[in-house]
Design a protein around this ligand. Structure first.
Ligand code: DC
Length: 231
């Protein structure tokens, strides 16, 4: 049905709705979804499990020497109709979303060698086209030639509320302020790091979903993709 396969790059701040959009859009157009945040989270989990992050501090050289031992892949899970993340062959889909990993991952993602490794893997995944990839630097560094680039935003209050609800549903009782401060800290790290900071690519389309339902957001993105494919 969709003859010309293209690549779709989706970037944006933490908890802005980009992963939900990427997942639903990929299902709708029958593309593969690549969650690059899950890859940074998996590397962080590996380092935590090996005791290479202590009290939030890292030894850069130890991390660099550990990188060749880290393999991150995705495998389709039919019961969920989505891919699960595997770290060295082990399903870590739930573990990588814990608050501990969430608190450490943006620091780890600032390390140049970590980014180089994951960006190389992500570029490879994009070679066959037909993927929706989300992250922070997809439109700028990973898939600079993606046919469709979307930059997703939402007001901080709205993002905090969504993340707060998500955490509550998982059984974590963090205050609204704490969730907000964590988002602000991640925004700051993501936009101020030296290597491939989060920014909107010049040719990306801005989608502000502060006042949109997820269905409305998906439909907007779908229309953009259809226009591009029929061009
Ligand atoms: O999208 P997420 O919250 O799962 O991402 C986790 C962290 O990884 C986030 O703090 C920023 C980082 N990240 C990145 O630096 N580059 C990407 N392409 C994706 C995520």
């Amino acid at each position: 049905m969709y003859s010309m396969k293209i690549n779709i790059a989706i970037d944006g701040y933490s908890s802005c709705g980009k992963s939900t959009l990427a997942k639903l859009l990929s299902q709708k157009i029958e593309y593969s979804y690549i969650d690059t945040g899950a890859m940074y989270r998996s590397v962080t989990l590996y380092l935590v499990n090996r005791g290479l992050i202590k009290d939030g501090k890292v030894d850069r050289n130890l991390i660099i020497s550990a990188l060749p031992n880290i393999d991150v892949t995705f495998k389709y899970n039919a019961s969920k109709n989505q891919s699960d993340t595997y770290l060295n062959g082990e399903n870590v889909e739930d573990e990588i979303r814990s608050p501990d990993i969430t608190g450490l991952v943006s620091g780890i993602s600032t390390l140049k060698e970590v980014r180089q490794k994951l960006i190389a893997l992500q570029k490879k995944m994009g070679e066959g086209k037909g993927i929706v990839m989300d992250g922070r630097d997809i439109g700028t560094a990973v898939l600079p030639n993606a046919e469709v680039k979307l930059f997703v935003t939402a007001d901080l209050e709205v993002r905090t509320q969504r993340r707060f609800n998500e955490m509550k549903a998982k059984g974590y009782s963090y205050s609204f302020e704490k969730v907000k401060n964590n988002l602000l800290e991640r925004d700051h790290n993501d936009t101020h790091r030296e290597e491939n900071p989060l920014r909107q690519a010049e040719d990306a389309i801005l989608l502000d979903n502060t006042e949109l339902t997820i269905d409305e957001l998906v439909n907007m993105a779908y229309d953009i993709v259809m226009k591009k494919q029929n061009h």
